[in-house]
Write a protein that binds this ligand. Structure first.
Ligand code: AMP
Length: 367
């Protein structure tokens, strides 16, 4: 179990006292929603990110702009905060390690490392005894041929690193698709996975404190469009047994990583079983419904967990549906706001590029 941050060295506050400062690596909408929840509990947030005018910076006390390998800027950022967390999973593990020499960091650099590489991630989860799709590491076209011979088709080829929202992926319906798929992912180090004929996709969000205590949300039923999350619904329309399996898998992963904070775990539903797809060492899009739809939001519980505060109850307040506003969807804000029962979130991004997450809506139907 990791020891709770104490606030040493001398000029640092104990992050469990309100008035402390949380440092967030990454400047996107997840940072924005963490900062809003933190403010409610009396915290200030400082953002570290390369971009100016990001969604998180609009609601934070301070932003330090720098690249994630800019040691001087990172040190300056660390001096001004009492605890560091991330809203972006591609923060280099070396950045987290450097900061951890100066200030407590949660989740740990190890959690980042495991989640950033699909082979490391799937091997880690498989070694815990959890179900994963059949997979092989692929570094060349010859490897791909051998992997297809073993796994068969249909299959899905994904880059090992830096993939998100279906990017860096190619489907192989037959072995003839091999060369095209390899080219489509730029010939980068990859993983070949068997295509899972799933009955649905769910996620579980676990919040785990420094003392190892856990609470969870979900399973959440997730529907994707073009590889991007479209709709999340709670309760998920699956059996209690399935729900128990999903939660057990997520909790096992969080415990094995000695994780502190909110961890998002995405799973495929196959009958009563779950197969692990991927994890995100941060708050997760499939947990946005919790802001209005649960007793305590995932963002507040992330703050509570990393700051060493007691975790809040996670019970849903009814049937809840979250829909992402992608690209031009956000232009309908006037019609959306005309529905008095819809909670509308806009992230303050100036340009609505296709595929860009611009906001979301949440509807809570009380039971
Ligand atoms: P990922 O970025 O790995 O979450 O993949 C994006 C989406 O592609 C997932 O949410 C699934 O809908 C689909 N997908 C990914 N991997 C597989 C797989 N092994 N079998 C079937 N569908 C998959």
């Amino acid at each position: 179990m990791r020891s709770k941050p104490t606030g040493s060295p001398s000029n640092r506050n104990d992050p469990s006292s309100p008035g402390s400062t949380i440092g967030i690596l990454g400047g996107g909408q997840l940072g924005r929603m963490i900062a809003l929840a933190a403010a409610q509990l009396g915290y200030r947030c400082h953002i570290f990110c390369p971009e100016t005018d990001g969604p998180a910076s609009h609601v934070a006390a301070r932003t330090i702009n720098g690249d994630f390998d800019d040691e001087a800027a990172l040190r300056a950022f660390a001096q001004g905060v009492d605890i560091v967390t991330y809203e972006f999973e591609n923060v280099p593990a070396a950045t987290a390690r450097l900061l951890a020499e100066i200030v407590p960091v949660a989740p740990s650099a190890r959690a980042l490392e495991v989640a950033q590489d699909r082979i490391v991630e799937k091997s880690f989860v498989k070694d815990l005894g959890c179900g994963v799709p059949a997979f092989r590491a692929v570094s060349s076209l010859e490897d791909l041929e051998a992997a297809v011979a073993e796994i068969g088709t249909p299959a899905i080829l994904k880059t090992r690193r830096f993939g998100y929202d279906g990017k860096g992926q190619a489907r192989l319906m037959t072995p003839e698709d091999m060369v095209g798929a390899w080219d489509a992912i730029g010939g980068n180090p990859a993983i070949l996975e068997a295509m899972v004929p799933f009955d649905g996709e769910v996620s579980v969000l676990v919040a785990r404190g420094w003392d190892g205590r856990m609470v969870h949300y979900g399973p959440v039923h997730n529907i994707h469009k073009n590889g991007i999350l479209d709709i999340s619904r709670v309760p998920a329309p699956f059996s209690e047994q399935l729900a128990a399996n999903a939660v057990a898998t997520a909790e096992k992963i969080a415990s094995a990583l000695d994780y502190v904070g909110v961890l998002g775990v995405e799973l495929f539903v196959v009958g009563e079983d779950v197969l692990f797809n991927e994890m995100a060492p941060r708050v997760h899009n499939s947990g946005h419904w919790t802001t209005e739809g649960a007793v305590t939001s995932q963002f507040e519980n992330h703050v509570r967990a990393i700051c060493g505060l007691p975790l809040g109850a996670t019970d849903p307040l009814g049937h809840v549906e979250m829909r992402n506003l992608i690209g031009d969807d956000a232009n309908q804000w006037q019609e959306l706001l005309a529905d008095p029962n819809l909670h509308v979130h806009l992230y303050g991004k100036r340009e609505a590029r296709p595929g860009r997450k611009m906001g979301h809506t949440t509807r809570v139907t009380r039971a």
